[in-house]
Design a binder for this molecule. Structure first.
Ligand SMILES: Nc1ncnc2c1ncn2[C@@H]1O[C@H](COP(=O)(O)OP(=O)(O)OP(=O)(O)O)[C@@H](O)[C@H]1O
Length: 328
């Protein structure tokens, strides 16, 4: 088995709030091997972005962080600029929902990609880097890349700008690419094109990928494994196809039931609101909204562990006291 490219171990992140602390992550552990793809899903506020930012050492200074995040063996929690600069780009790259955050508005896109190439591949001459940048734009599906090289971010449509941001992240040849809601702001057709692009790029290389999205349909198409987050914890994880075919946590089942489809034109919503991250809540964070656990004392008293579900060989885990009652 290859060395994991990413290991997150019991990660706890808290943000200051009204003189106290609000937990965004409450002990998250995940591991990702080289070339693997993982979807991180959950409602707004479940902690997905906090987890993604922690992987790159990009959490705000005000955050209180415990536990460990290792990228290619290097500890990110508490790391200084030297370690972070070595990891970012070459080991791990990030593409955000809004490509304008990662692109400089006053420089042409080709120049920005050329700079990334030269920074991460020392010894590459200006002319060669330019050729590689044009190639990188072509590879992400920008037509006429030599001409578009000289254009500025605002001259691209939203979908094309996401492609440029992906090209820029890939120019450093990262071993792990993290995408955070990259298709959320795009219309459905463009969304499908960008997802198709991510799938192709991955199948052409041994790059690992984490796809963060509130939309289960997005991760269903592009990831092999999925981790479902709720209230700052992972509540279910397993092979994406198996989790979709038979969710082992009532929250995952609720999320799946809220996706409209031709077979299920009438969708259902999970009643109630996600937790706010306030301290002092005991038991399973989903219990107040859960059809299995709402009336059961244990669900309100003790936090269920993320334990093997059904067939341990299938690498499925669920954090539910009553996951045995979920249809397999
Ligand atoms: N910089 C910050 N300062 C204070 N609180 C924050 C900060 N960033 C996130 N939070 C809080 O941490 C919790 C988790 O937020 P996070 O953005 O990680 O969730 P998310 O699942 O990515 O949701 P979304 O999709 O809405 O971004 C939320 O309660 C949020 O309000």
């Amino acid at each position: 088995m290859s060395e994991p490219i990413l290991t997150v171990d019991d990660l706890v992140v808290e943000y200051p709030k009204q003189g106290g602390w609000q937990a965004a992550l409450r002990g998250v552990s995940i591991a990702l091997d080289a070339g693997e793809s993982l979807g991180l899903v959950g409602e707004s506020g479940s902690g997905k972005s906090t987890l993604a930012l922690a992987m790159l050492g990009l959490l705000p200074d005000s955050a209180r962080v415990g536990g460990s995040v290792k990228v290619a063996g290097a500890e990110v929690v508490g790391a200084g600029a030297k370690v972070l600069n070595r990891i970012r780009g070459r080991e791990i790259g990030l593409v955000y929902q809004d490509a304008l955050v990662s692109l400089n508005p006053v420089r042409n896109v080709g120049g920005q990609i050329t700079e990334v190439i030269r920074r991460h591949r020392p010894g590459t001459g200006r002319r060669e880097a330019r050729t590689l940048a044009v190639e990188a734009l072509g590879k992400v599906g920008i037509t006429d890349p030599a001409r578009r090289f000289s254009q500025y971010p605002h001259e691209f449509s939203g979908g094309m700008r996401q492609r440029v941001a992906i090209a820029m992240a890939l120019a450093a040849h990262p071993r792990l690419l993290v995408t955070d809601e990259v298709t959320t702001a795009l219309d459905v057709t463009v969304q499908a094109q960008v997802l198709g692009l991510l799938t192709t790029l991955r199948s052409d290389s041994d790059m690992a990928m984490i796809v963060v999205s509130h939309d289960l349909d997005v991760v269903r198409g592009v990831t092999e494994r999925v981790a479902v987050m709720y209230g700052g914890r992972i509540v279910e994880t397993g092979p994406t196809a198996a989790v979709f075919a038979g969710p082992a946590h009532p929250y995952t089942a609720g999320l799946i039931a809220s996706i409209p489809s031709i077979e299920r034109p009438v969708i259902s919503f999970i009643p109630g609101q996600p937790p706010t991250g306030q301290a002092g809540v005991s038991g399973c964070a989903f219990a107040p909204r859960c059809s299995l656990g709402r009336e059961r004392a244990i669900c309100h008293e003790s936090v269920p562990g993320l334990l093997p579900h059904a067939d341990p060989a299938a690498e499925r885990r669920s954090a539910c006291h009553f996951s045995g009652e979920m249809p397999v």
